[in-house]
Write a protein that binds this ligand. Structure first.
Ligand code: TPP
Length: 660
């Protein structure tokens, strides 16, 4: 490798970050300037990657958890020779259409592993990456799966609560290929972190089962020695790197002023003079760029060697590995669903949808080795553990059921990492009401388009005695409001199978399955090949004659709609029942299709044991809604439905009132 003073290589990052933020007149120069030495050591000496092939499966993953420091990542991509990341892109930092958005977006820019920006998410997602690496290695061997996950995390990342969930999981699982470099600069937006924090991070990580140490993060030799030690550890490692935010800036270094705004012409000039960087914007000396490019292709030999080892696997194993990385589903899966649905039609199941989900899962796991389930300590209630699945642990890395503990947020973030790493289709479970605890990671799943599945049971007042703390009322609406989130609330065992099938075949976005605790009758008597749930809604029971009323319902309330239809029929009023497993999918149908499903009966009634929010798009502002208008209450389920007026009688009365 060309001998260039490594501090000049770090200064190249600093110069580009300062210039890009200055040109954009917004952004965060402080972190890239402070962490430039850490990044230089990692990328030139340790990180196993090949800029020519950013998707090489056995590459080390680098996750910039502190996404606001995005110019660090963009500079590195440019310097190491990522073909998309031209100097021009750096000059268009934070501009519409550029590959350099304010925070790194994996779906937008090649070479970025995961989207970061909401502090804490990166480090929590990284645990999923490291977990997937461990699980995949258990299946394919260390010859083909053997890489590290490196994270650069900031004070803010470690202050966020989700980091504790993540750290605890990684320590417990002994994910020793996870190495966190903590940019310990003691500064956040409001000033020194001492105004709000006095945690000893080294002790904190050690107590969670990590190897942890404190070093001088501006000393490249010390950084290299610490990473070398971390690589040998049998525990995950945290290296607290003491750095100076805005390193080199004459008056702003070490202060909050360097955190999140352009330095200003004078400060920038002073910083460049101090660091010995050319004043010419976006200029990198030829010898420095050459050294960086060499670092970018340093991994080419390792990649070629990996390709040779991979070629030694049997053709069947190679094809399976590649299929799984592509998130392509095995042909056996479609067959498994078909057989399962046929059996349901032959022997109808009047059981809770969480229970029918369990029996679908039993069918799925036989067909789909990449299926990885987990629960935040509600396994017995969520019913998403197949009988054959063994628990993942440090000692049983082939386990495909994950006990996340009571860590909904950590679970959802880890699921994103598992999916993004590749090789697995994760699903995780808790009560629907606790999606609140997982929501930031669920939102990122929707933004990134990760094909994860949330098995959310106890989906309404139907859970009964646990009362209003546990009864979701606004959650369906809140989840439906997230762009690219798919929410299914199946009404019976057949719909459960159909919704699971749609969820697993959805690899560009997350799916919530809202399932009941209480038993439900099987209403479906057919399972057409054109999965009816795929349109979001469909006519479940046709009217006897021209319909005067359309009854729309989801999940457990479809049974009520069917009973209401019968009662209306007894009064000589023809009505139809439309099952709406996914309200937002219905609304996303082409307009003609949507109109056909909604129909033109003069009276529209919607029944859902949740708030009305969202239903007006189907029933109109004058339509009748039978549902919740408040929080729930603690009582047996049948008393609650009566108490809150979610009954067939209430639906009939609402329809009669509208009919006038
Ligand atoms: C969850 C979340 N809350 C708030 C913010 C806004 N924010 C961005 S950076 C930052 C301060 C971060 O300080 P630190 O992590 O120490 O970064 P540094 O100052 O070292 O760049 C805040 C509050 C955010 N990005 N994410």
């Amino acid at each position: 490798m060309t001998q260039v003073d490594p501090s000049r290589m770090a200064n190249a990052i600093r110069g580009l970050a300062m210039d890009a933020v200055e040109k954009a007149k917004s952004g965060h120069p402080g972190l890239p300037m402070g962490a430039a030495d850490i990044a230089t050591v990692l990328f030139t000496q340790f990180l196993k990657f090949d800029a020519a092939d950013p998707k090489w499966p056995d590459r080390d993953r680098f996750i910039l958890s502190a996404g606001h420091g995005s110019m660090l990542l963009y500079s590195l991509l440019y310097l190491t020779g990522n073909t998309d990341m031209t100097l021009d892109q750096l000059k268009h930092f934070r501009q519409l259409g550029s590959l350099t958005p304010g925070h790194p977006e994996n779906f937008h820019t090649k070479g970025i592993e995961t989207t970061t920006g909401p502090l804490g998410q990166g480090i929590a997602t990284s645990v999923g990456f490291a977990l997937a690496e461990r699980m995949l290695a258990a299946e394919y061997g260390r010859k083909v799966v053997d890489h590290h996950t490196y994270v650069l995390a900031s004070d803010g990342d470690l202050m966020e609560g989700v980091s504790q969930e993540a750290i605890a999981l990684a320590g417990h699982w002994k994910l020793n290929k996870l190495i966190v470099l903590y940019d310990d600069n003691g500064i956040s937006i409001d000033g020194p972190t001492s105004i709000s924090d006095s945690v000893d991070q080294v002790k904190r990580f050690k107590s969670a089962g990590w190897q942890a140490e404190l070093i001088d993060g501006q000393d490249q030799q010390a950084i290299a020695a610490a990473i070398a030690r971390a690589q040998k550890s049998n525990k995950p490692s945290m290296i607290a790197c003491k750095t100076t935010i805005g390193f080199g800036a004459p008056t702003k270094a070490g202060t909050a002023k360097a955190h999140g705004e352009a330095l200003g012409a004078e400060e920038l000039k002073g910083a460049k003079e101090k660091l010995g960087i050319s004043l010419e914007p976006f200029s990198v000396p030829d010898d420095v760029l050459k050294s960086w490019r060499e670092a970018g292709s340093r991994g080419a030999a390792a990649r070629t060697a990996w390709e040779l080892r991979f070629a030694e696997l049997s053709a069947r194993k190679r094809a399976e590995f590649e299929r799984r990385l592509r998130h392509e589903r095995p042909p056996a899966l479609a067959k498994a669903f078909k057989t399962h649905k046929k059996a349901l039609l032959e022997t109808p199941q009047n059981i809770a949808t969480r229970k029918s989900s369990e029996s679908v899962i039993e069918a799925i796991v036989l067909a789909m080795p990449e299926f990885v389930a987990g629960s935040a300590d509600l396994t017995g209630s969520n019913n998403n553990k197949a009988k054959s699945a063994i628990a993942f642990s440090a000692k049983t890395p082939n386990g495909r059921f994950i006990h996340y503990g009571i860590r909904e947020h950590g679970m959802a973030a880890a699921m994103n990492g598992i999916f993004l790493h590749g090789g697995f289709a994760p699903n995780g479970a808790t009560f629907l009401v606790f999606t609140d605890y997982a929501r930031p990671a669920m939102r990122l799943a929707a933004l990134m388009g990760t094909g994860v599945v949330y098995v959310m049971t106890h989906d309404s007042i139907g859970l009964g005695e646990d009362g209003p703390t546990h009864q979701p009322v606004e959650h369906l609406a809140a989840l439906r409001a997230i762009p690219n989130m798919r929410v299914f609330r199946p009404c019976d065992a057949v719909e459960v199978a159909e919704c699971w099938e749609l969820a697993l075949n959805r690899i560009d976005g997350p799916t919530v399955l809202a399932l009941t605790r209480q038993n439900l009758p099987q209403l479906r008597t057919d399972a057409p090949a054109d999965n009816p749930c795929s349109h979001g809604a469909y006519q479940l029971v046709a009217p006897q004659g021209e319909a005067k009323v359309s009854l729309f319902a989801s999940g457990s309330e479809v049974e009520i709609a069917v009973a209401a239809q019968k009662q209306l029929g007894e009064r000589g009023i023809a009505s139809r029942v439309v099952s709406v497993p996914s309200l937002e999918l219905l609304l996303a149908q082409p307009v003609e299709k949507r109109k056909a499903i909604i129909g033109n009966a003069p009276v529209k009634v919607a029944i859902e044991a949740a708030v009305r929010f969202g239903w007006d798009a189907v029933i109109g502002p004058d339509g009748a809604f039978v549902g919740m208008h408040s929080f729930g209450a603690s009582a047996p389920v049948k008393d609650l439905y009566k108490h809150f007026g979610i009954t067939a009688e209430a639906a009939v009365n609402a329809a009669l009132k509208q009919l006038g």
